[in-house]
Each structure stands twice: as structure tokens, then as C-alpha cells.
Ligand binder design. Structure first.
Ligand code: NAG
Ligand code: NAG
Ligand code: NAG
Length: 568
């Protein structure tokens, strides 16, 4: 299951949702930049030429009605004017997405304002602007962007000035070869927004670094280092045989992480987009964090590149515990989230109400890597006999989903829903009727009509859920998915009407059960055939339009839901 793809796309759109929600925010000025300012208004006609002609452009995609765009407008104009005076090569541009709809759609603009830094006309490789939104801040940020991606200090003083000024991890190249230099420059160009890159070649400078960075040996050979500010005895050195952009990028992404960091709004994306499992220590006060910091620094060092260790302030982000199947009320807690495998593990909170011991944490991590831990499966309770009698739809939960879906003698048709989803509620009576036609809840049923609240049950499924409801049929004796061992399902994409669902089961199910015949037999009808037929034909067409709407809506709903969980 490509769960990771799912959550990353959700996170990407999440940012868009945030800015869309912000649309009702403050509204001081005019979103459209002052016509006398140096801001260049772009249209679909002028867009491409302008970008090709200007090496560094900050482009704002906006809508005149958006509150945050109105707030930004005057500041944006001022920044453009100030840059026009001091750095005329840096251009600030604006695209009004209400008049340039097609252009904005093509560029995938999903929220307003969206600010992109575009170099040499390469808009598909544009970087998101994440700097300040006041005029001075914008101008400073763009001036930094115009400097070379790699700094090349000319003497020891310059070198030390750069190094002393760093507050975030930075990257140093030493004794570059021509090829290595190329790789370094290209990685620097990609990551310049996040890190400072320094290149050192002069033997006098290398010697100075060598005396400072006591845990690495620097000679005449090329070396690539990640340095954490002021941590000169723990410099990380690139050690792969071959220096490629991918290897160097991966080295940087891994090594810039502190051994024991803290997770918050700024660092969250870095951790969540890493393929490594995240080990969390939730704490209530700084003393609790301090008490375990030595342990976690040790573990972080030992498992570098295998697992990220983070502290999380439960007063601020405690609710995140629910996302990883832990109880937010019992802190300190320790848990591991393996996003790529969609698995969560935690030290029992009921057995450790005062928090886990350091030994327990260390052992837990060892057991994780030994494959000895059982994931915590979030599940609703299994339905009681009374609940079963209430509806012919078979209710699935985390505990029985696999068992039901694994019964390969039956065609199993499952609705994955969310409790808040309107389209799911609308479908409910139809789903009941469908289940009653096949007698789904009887032990001899050939077709199982089931449903599961996907937000409250952890399950393995061999496909991605992109919106609710998602209806999938596991055909009897169907081919098995390698990773999950579950049958590969057929996803239903027609109109969610009884007759269409019946036709789908008959056609796509391996048992080809004729639900229409069952339905008629149940109704005991021997009426005129002509009428129902006509209805069947007419309906799908009539549905064509609303269908488009339904597709779009659940997606937004998924985002909103994940926003609650993921926005730390
Ligand atoms: C930008 O700077 C140039 C050169 O100083 C000046 O002629 C021009 O009027 C400026 N543009 C705006 C819109 O201020
Ligand atoms: C590395 O690249 C930079 C920037 O293009 C250049 O100034 C420098 O001379 C190069 N060094 C080597 C050794 O190629
Ligand atoms: C199946 O559902 C129907 C309708 O709710 C109910 O009357 C019947 O008792 C259920 N049968 C079983 C075996 O649970």
C-alpha cells in the first residue's frame, strides 16, 4: 500500500487549504499592486517571455477578494520599488488568477496568495516562497536569493565570519574536484533555501577548519561535511564511495536532523517527509524533556539514518497522540510512528501511567528493529449480536476487516466512509437496500455488502483512498496483492444508484450474482418489464453532472480532516 504517497499529497494540499481558509482573513489594502509601483502585472500572453527574460522573479498568484492578498498588496509594491532601486535585476510580478484562470490552473495554484521564486524561466522548478510578508522582509529575502548558492570565503576571517553567523546546520565542501564541484553546486542550487553552502579550497582555510573540527581528518582529499552550529566535535562527513547529487542530498537530509530534535510547526514537515520512522517522546514540561535528552542523544546517534528521535511538547501539540493511537492524557509517553508502513507502536500507557523508564524506551527501540513489536491497531469494537440484527450491511472494524476481506469464496463489496462525509450519509439507505437484496449478513450469502469507518480503524488495503465514500469490490478468488496479501480490488466509479451498483456486482464480481433477479424475486413482481428498463437507461445520464461535483467534494473533506490531525 502506498500510504505514504497518500499522506504526502494530503500534506501538500493541506497548505493550499490553509491559505484558502485564510481567504476570509484580514484585509487592509488593495490586493492588486499599485499601478505606479515596480510590480509587473503578468497575463498568459506576457508570462512566459517575461520569465525567460528575467533571471530571478518572485511571482504572486492572487485573487483580488482574498484577505491575505489585500494585506500583502501594499507591502509587495513597496518591496518591488525598493528592489528596483537597489537590485533592479530582481523582479516582483503578479498574476491575477481570477482573470488568468487557465494559466493558474495549469500551474496548479490551489490557494491565494501563492508566492513562487522562479529562476531563468523554469517555472516548473519554482521554489515556494516561505519568507516574511512585510516589504523589508521580502526585499531582504530576495536579495539573499540573488547571491550565489555557494559561498567561497577568500580568507580565514571571512570563513570564520560565515561560520559564526550560522544558526542552522550548514554544508561545507573541501578541496573540490571539477566534477565534485558540479555536483555540489547543483545540490546547493536545489537546497539553497534551506541551508548555507560553503566551498573551501585554499590550504590555509582547510587547515583552519581542520583545527576546529576535531572529530574529522581533513587533508588534501575532497570532503563533504554537515556541521551543526557550534558543534565542532561532532561534524558529520559524507562517506559514500560515489558522490552523486542523490547521495549528497540524502546525506544532507539525514545529517541536518539533530540527534534529538523537537517537533513543532517549523520542523514537522522535515520529519514527516523523511522515510524514517519517527520516535516521539511527549513531555509536559522542560524538566521532563531534559531528563531524557542524554538518552535520546545517545539513541539518535546510534540509530542515525534509521530513525528520527523527537520531543513533543504535549501542552501545545498533545492531540497528535490520537493520530498515533496513544492517549493524549497520559504523558510522558513514548511511541514510534512508521509512516511508510502505516504502523504505530507505543509503550503501554496503562502499565506506565507515570511515563516509561529509560530502560523500557531503549529496549522498545531495540525490539522495534528486531521486528518484535506488535503495532497498535486502532479499531472500533466488533459489532454485537444486536447491532448485527439492526442492519443487513456487514459492519467491519480494524479487528475483523482482514478476516472478512480474506474470504475468497465471496464477492466482497466494501464502502470505506468517514462519519462526517455527506455523500456517505446519502448513500447509506441505498447500501442497506443492496445488502438486503444479497442477504449479505446471512452465512450463506455469496455477495457481502460491508462498510467501515476508515477514520476510526487502522487497516491494510492494497489501494489508496482519495476521497469518501470509496467503494471497492474484492472479487471471489481474485488475484492477491503482494504487499498486503489481500485481493486486488476493483474500484467502483459509476453513479451511486442501486441499479448501477447491482449491475457492477453482476459484471465485476467473479460469481456474477444477478441482483436484479434477486430483487424482483423478493418483490414478487411479475409486472410490466418495460418500465424498469427505461428507468435503468435514463438514470446514469441524468447523473452525469452531479457526479463531477461529488468527486471534488470528498477530496476537500479529506484534507480538512487530515488538517486536524496533521497540523501540529
Ligand atoms: C525603476 O528604476 C528605474 C531606474 O532607476 C526608474 O527609471 C524607474 O522609474 C523605476 N520604476 C518604478 C516603477 O519605480
Ligand atoms: C566550483 O564552482 C564555482 C562556482 O561555479 C567556481 O567559482 C569554482 O571555481 C569551482 N571550483 C572548482 C575547483 O572547479
Ligand atoms: C440480517 O439483517 C436483517 C435486517 O436488519 C435482520 O432482520 C436479520 O436478523 C439479520 N440476520 C442475521 C443473521 O444477523
Amino acid at each position: 500500500m502506498k500510504f505514504w504517497t497518500f499522506s504526502s499529497s494530503v500534506l501538500a494540499t493541506l497548505l493550499a487549504v490553509v491559505s484558502l481558509t485564510n481567504a476570509s482573513g484580514p484585509s487592509d489594502g488593495d490586493a492588486v499592486a499599485d499601478p505606479n509601483s515596480a510590480v509587473v502585472k503578468l497575463t498568459s500572453e506576457t508570462y512566459k517571455t517575461f520569465l525567460d527574460e528575467n533571471p530571478l522573479v518572485l511571482a504572486e498568484f492572487f485573487a483580488p477578494w482574498c484577505g491575505y492578498c489585500k494585506q500583502l498588496g501594499p507591502e509587495y509594491s513597496k518591496a518591488a520599488d525598493s528592489l528596483n532601486e537597489t537590485h533592479p535585476k530582481i523582479k516582483l510580478a503578479q498574476v491575477d488568477c481570477t482573470t488568468e484562470e487557465e494559466l493558474c490552473m495549469k500551474l496548479g495554484i490551489r490557494g491565494y496568495p501563492t508566492l513562487k521564486i522562479i529562476r531563468d524561466g523554469a517555472d516548473t522548478e519554482a521554489a515556494d516562497y516561505d519568507g516574511p510578508r512585510d516589504s523589508n522582509g521580502i526585499a531582504d529575502y530576495m536579495i539573499k536569493q540573488s547571491l550565489p548558492a555557494v559561498q567561497q570565503p577568500q580568507n580565514v576571517d571571512e570563513l570564520n565570519e560565515i561560520i559564526d553567523a550560522q544558526t542552522k546546520p550548514y554544508v561545507i565542501q573541501i578541496n573540490p574536484t571539477a566534477d565534485g564541484n558540479k555536483t555540489f553546486n547543483s545540490v546547493a542550487a536545489q537546497k539553497r533555501k534551506d541551508y548555507v553552502f560553503i566551498s573551501v579550497q585554499d590550504p590555509a582555510l582547510v587547515k583552519d577548519l581542520s583545527s576546529k573540527f576535531t572529530n574529522v581528518k581533513l587533508g588534501k582529499k575532497p570532503a563533504y561535511l554537515v556541521v551543526h552550529p557550534k558543534e565542532y566535535t561532532d561534524v558529520r562527513q559524507f562517506s559514500e564511495k560515489e558522490l552523486t547529487s542523490a547521495a549528497l542530498s540524502a546525506f544532507i537530509s539525514t545529517e541536518v536532523m539533530p540527534y534529538f530534535g523537537d517537533i513543532n510547526r517549523d520542523t514537522y514537515m522535515g520529519y514527516i517527509s523523511s522515510p524514517l520512522p519517527i520516535a516521539y517522546y511527549f513531555y509536559k514540561d522542560p524538566e521532563q524533556r531534559e531528563a531524557v535528552s542524554e538518552l535520546f542523544n545517545k539513541l539518535g546517534k546510534k540509530y542515525r539514518g534509521k530513525m528520527n528521535f523527537v520531543g513533543l511538547d504535549a501542552n501545545l501539540f498533545g492531540k497528535h497522540a490520537e493520530t498515533i493511537n496513544m492517549d493524549p492524557e497520559i504523558v510522558p509517553l513514548f511511541a514510534i510512528q512508521h509512516i511508510e508502513a502505516n504502523k504505530k507502536y507505543g509503550i503501554s500507557q496503562t502499565e506506565n501511567p507515570e511515563g516509561p523508564s529509560q530502560n523500557a524506551i531503549e529496549k522498545f527501540v531495540t525490539d522495534f528493529f528486531a521486528g518484535k513489536l506488535k503495532p497498535i491497531v486502532k479499531s472500533e469494537d466488533l459489532p454485537t449480536e444486536e447491532e448485527k440484527a439492526e442492519s443487513p450491511v456487514v459492519k467491519l472494524v480494524g479487528h475483523n476487516h482482514r478476516e472478512v476481506v480474506e474470504d475468497v469464496t465471496k464477492d466482497v463489496f466494501v464502502e470505506y466512509y468517514a462519519p462526517w462525509c455527506g455523500h456517505c450519509k446519502k448513500l447509506a439507505p441505498t447500501w442497506e437496500e443492496l445488502a438486503s437484496i444479497y442477504g449479505s449478513n446471512k452465512s450463506d450469502a455469496e455477495v457481502i455488502i460491508a462498510n467501515i469507518d476508515h477514520t476510526n480503524n487502522d487497516i491494510d488495503i492494497p489501494f489508496e483512498i482519495e476521497g469518501y465514500p470509496t467503494l471497492v469490490l474484492y472479487p471471489a478468488n481474485g488475484e492477491l496483492d503482494e504487499k498486503t496479501g489481500i485481493r486486488k480490488p476493483i474500484i467502483f466509479s459509476g453513479a451511486r444508484e442501486l441499479d448501477d451498483l447491482i449491475a457492477f456486482v453482476k459484471e465485476s464480481g467473479s460469481l456474477h450474482v444477478d441482483g436484479q433477479a434477486l430483487k424482483e424475486a423478493q418483490e414478487g413482481i411479475v409486472e410490466d418489464d418495460a418500465e424498469p428498463e427505461a428507468e435503468v437507461e435514463a438514470e446514469p445520464e441524468a447523473e452525469a453532472e452531479p457526479e463531477a461535483e461529488e468527486e471534488a467534494e470528498p477530496e476537500v473533506e479529506v484534507d480538512a480532516e487530515d488538517l486536524e490531525h496533521d497540523e501540529l
